[in-house]
Ligand binder design. Structure first.
Ligand code: CAA
Length: 380
């Protein structure tokens, strides 16, 4: 067992950290305030090879593994959780199912431009009446001639409106319940596809979250992803990996908050000495650092398992559960370390705290992670 990152991973981390500090961080507060997505940042991530980080070069990717991918999401989220989730949804929610289940044609047509960063990807599963109960979706897809006609709507779509390629799930056979769900690749210009309401959110404000609407949306037959009826499994397997991307986002947010809290606690003097030297604050910093390290190890372990071809669904759910709760606790404690200043927009910790909350909600609430973990514990 070796807990040391390879030289390649260390170099990658250094490169992404520099990019995050120099390019992403300076506008993070402003983009948050204005709820503004910056395509320019995505384009620069593409130039660095991040938009296709785990995909083979034959599909326009950088040929790294999933550990490299989580390091990228973590480092971006250390300064801007919105940028972290933009990449995470693009790679693990939209790219992954195409890479895993797409035909060669689909991979060349859709995965390649996404890997190269020419196109942005998104994933559409959740509906107004189907959140935790994803299998309760109502969006339908009916085969008419050589096209599927989609009707319904999806909500809370990360990268909604800025994405070009949407992996969406719809019911092709209502009798079959989850076995009657199919997956489709939908282009933003397909007739009958439109983007609805954009959410005004507590956190990750520069990552757009929208509704997407299908009104007799015509999807060519060849855009069925996998086989008819495979959709629910594809959605679930996609989330198995996606959840680890959120774990990485949570680790990054927590680390960003700890870094800020340590710097402030060393500088801020009360009762004649830096507050870092007051035990109440010092112990808090110690607990924050310990929880982050535990979350990081679970996250890296799940990524390593996926890269090695080992089962990783449970590991990924554990990582997301632990890291999401850690991010919420650590960012709340960071605001506490800053005291009144932490509650203002003068420092980034209030943004980290607002951003942390979503990691306990999306890609399966913490309650759903517990369900996934416990079901695996008791499975034969
Ligand atoms: N891998 C492969 N197959 C899986 C699977 C997995 N991880 N999970 C379930 N399945 C299979 C089951 O084996 C079962 O197949 P069989 O019938 O052949 O046995 C089938 O799928 C149905 O499974 P369940 O009976 O377990 O289904 P369920 O209705 O009880 O739901 C659930 C399971 C885990 C609760 C699921 O609904 C779930 O994950 N809910 C949460 C949804 C979620 O995470 N949404 C996030 C949306 S995306 C998002 O947030 C994105 C963003 O923008 C960042």
């Amino acid at each position: 067992m070796n807990f040391q990152l390879s030289e390649e991973h260390e170099m990658l981390r250094k490169m992404i950290r520099e990019f995050a500090n120099e390019v992403v961080a300076p506008t993070a507060a402003e983009r948050d305030e204005e709820a503004r997505f910056d395509r320019e940042i995505f384009d620069q991530m593409a130039e660095l090879g991040l938009t296709g980080i785990p995909w083979p070069e034959e599909y326009g990717g950088s040929g790294f593994d999933y550990l490299a991918y989580v390091i990228a999401v973590e480092e971006l989220s250390r300064v801007c959780a919105s940028t972290g989730v933009t990449l995470s949804a693009h790679v693990s929610l939209a790219g992954w199912p195409i890479f895993k289940f797409g035909s060669e044609e689909q991979k060349q047509k859709y995965l390649r431009p996404m890997a190269e960063g020419k196109k942005i990807g998104a994933y559409g599963l959740t509906e107004p009446g189907a959140g935790s109960d994803a299998g309760g979706m109502k969006t339908t897809a009916k085969l008419v001639g050589d096209e599927y006609i989609l009707n319904g709507s999806k909500i809370f779509i990360t990268n909604g409106g800025v994405a070009d390629t949407y992996v969406v799930f719809a019911v092709t056979d209502p009798e079959q319940k989850t076995k009657g769900v199919s997956a489709f690749i939908v282009e933003k210009d397909f007739p009958g596809f439109s983007v609805g309401k954009k959410e005004n959110k507590l956190g990750i404000r520069s990552s757009p979250t929208t509704e997407i609407i299908f009104e007799d949306c015509r999807v060519p037959m060849e855009n069925l992803l996998g086989k008819e009826g495979d959709g629910f499994k594809i959605a679930m397997m996609t989330l198995d990996g996606g959840r680890n991307g959120i774990a990485a986002q949570a680790v990054g947010i927590a680390q960003g908050a700890l870094d800020a809290a340590v710097a402030y606690a060393k500088d801020r003097k009360q009762f004649g000495k830096p507050i870092a030297l007051q035990q109440g604050i010092g112990f808090k910093l110690a607990d924050m650092a310990t929880a982050i390290e535990a979350s990081r190890l679970l996250t890296y372990q799940a990524a390593w398992k996926e890269s090695e071809g080992l089962p990783y669904g449970q590991a990924s759910a554990m990582a997301k559960l632990m890291a999401g709760d850690t991010a919420m606790k650590v960012t709340t404690d960071a605001v506490q370390v800053f005291g009144g200043y932490g509650y203002t927009k003068e420092y980034p910790v209030e943004r980290f705290m607002r951003d942390a909350k979503i990691t306990q909600i999306y890609e399966g609430t913490q309650e759903i992670q517990r369900l996934v973990i416990s079901r695996m514990l008791i499975a034969d």
